[in-house]
Design a protein around this ligand. Structure first.
Ligand SMILES: Cc1ncc(COP(=O)(O)O)c(C=O)c1O
Length: 396
């Protein structure tokens, strides 16, 4: 049976892309996972979540197991609004939609705003899952280079000006991760944040600000783009995946009411009362700021261990910037095809993500790779960097 004959053109086009998750290396047992952008296992609050489940069922009996759900779904919304105030963002209830992680947030926005004719702009490099999402809707993705200070807004301005002059469609949406970027670890400067917003107004596009790592700062916390958004162009996406647990699948979109109500139209998986109520009880029972301090301290120590190991074990021609937050260090390894090198790295017992997966044009990422310091134990981080350093030295 030729099922593909049933697919409309937009779906056929999406299915011609690489399969979801094909960037993820399959790892031999015992391999040190410097590829995994997951929270550290010992920082997932398993016992507190277990207590929260017990308390919730004790208090609400069967309520969180029904469609109508628990009154705590609304309380969770207020708790998230309170968290946003800590990020200097004021909001009204109707401006906030709780989603199944930041991933669903990005997908719902793409679904509402994009068709096959739409042009999207992303950073080069960018979060590979976001690329997968956008590719499901359109092939027209342009990428704008970034450096350690975030997206190069002067290049963006030049590109948009030239496209306009040439009569090309300009992007209706730009996706950015301004703070503690995945994969580069970079943070956009305040000047560039303001320039980016000015360009959004000048060239009339909307922005997705993905702030998945925004609270995980090792020194000062930058103000989100949203705090400068006087013309209401930013759809702010957040998540509890990195600061509580990704398996709880709780994220959100904060944006202008009218846009949010259109986006909510397409959220047909309903609420998730069990997860939302559990998270609400968990948040009520802890001091969130204290938890964040613990996370920041722990990830800072891991970051320092990785940077120290890189200095010690990498050949001179390997370069990186020190991230001020988040989970990642982005390595430039001259003349080495990092996708081809991965097989040998895995044989030596260390994994990473080859740079090509983070680019619209994979060849742009040939000589880069992403290391994560969030998941592996400290000794593993050091041993993993040493293995990779030895491999690179042996090759050149
Ligand atoms: C930049 C970025 N956005 C979103 C996500 C996904 O978050 P969630 O688990 O909330 O879907 C990740 C996870 O790696 C990420 O790095």
């Amino acid at each position: 049976m030729q099922y593909k004959n049933y697919f409309p053109e937009n779906i056929k086009s999406a299915l011609a892309n690489d399969p979801p998750g094909s960037w993820m290396p399959s790892l031999p047992t015992g391999c040190i996972r410097l590829s995994a952008g997951y929270p550290a296992p010992n920082l997932v609050p398993t016992n507190q979540i277990k207590s929260a489940v017990d308390q919730m069922i004790q208090e609400e009996q069967d309520l969180p197991f029904h469609y109508l759900g628990s009154p705590r779904i609304n309380i969770l919304k207020h708790q998230i609004q309170h968290r946003l105030v800590q990020r200097s963002i004021q909001s009204e209830e109707q401006e906030l939609l709780i989603t199944s992680g930041a991933s669903q947030a990005i997908d719902l926005i793409a679904r509402t705003l994009l068709d096959q004719q739409a042009v999207v702009a992303v950073e080069a490099p960018t979060y590979m899952e976001a690329l997968e999402i956008f590719r499901n809707y359109t092939k027209q993705i342009i990428s704008i280079p970034m450096d350690e200070f975030g997206i190069q807004t002067n290049v963006l301005e030049a590109v948009l000006t030239e496209r306009k002059r040439a009569g090309l469609t300009n992007p209706c949406l730009l996706y950015t991760i301004p703070s503690f970027h995945n994969p580069t670890g970079s943070t956009m400067t305040t000047d560039r944040r303001q320039h980016l917003l000015a360009l959004a107004t000048k060239f009339d596009f909307l922005l997705i600000e993905d702030d998945a790592y925004g609270e995980l700062s090792f020194s000062e916390s930058p103000f989100p783009l949203k705090t400068y958004d006087v013309t209401d162009r930013v759809l702010y996406v957040g998540s509890l995946s990195k600061v509580v647990a990704p398996g709880m699948r709780i994220g959100w979109i904060l944006g202008p009411k009218m846009l949010l109500s259109a986006i909510s139209w397409f959220k047909k998986d309903l609420d998730h009362p069990f997860a939302h109520a559990t998270m609400s009880v968990y948040i009520q029972n802890i001091e969130f700021e204290e938890r964040l301090d613990i996370l920041r301290d722990s990830y800072r120590v891991r970051r320092d261990a990785m940077i120290q190991a890189l200095k010690q074990y990498m050949p001179k021609w390997v370069t990186w910037h020190v991230p001020n937050g988040g989970f990642f260090v982005w390595l430039h390894v001259e003349n080495i095809d990092t996708a081809a090198l991965l097989k040998q790295a895995l044989e030596k017992g260390v994994s990473y993500i080859p740079g090509k997966h983070f680019f619209v044009n994979p060849t742009d990422g040939l000589h880069f790779l992403r290391l994560s310091f969030s998941f592996a134990e400290l000794e593993e981080i050091i041993a993993g960097v040493q293995k990779l350093g030895n491999l690179l030295r042996a090759i050149q």
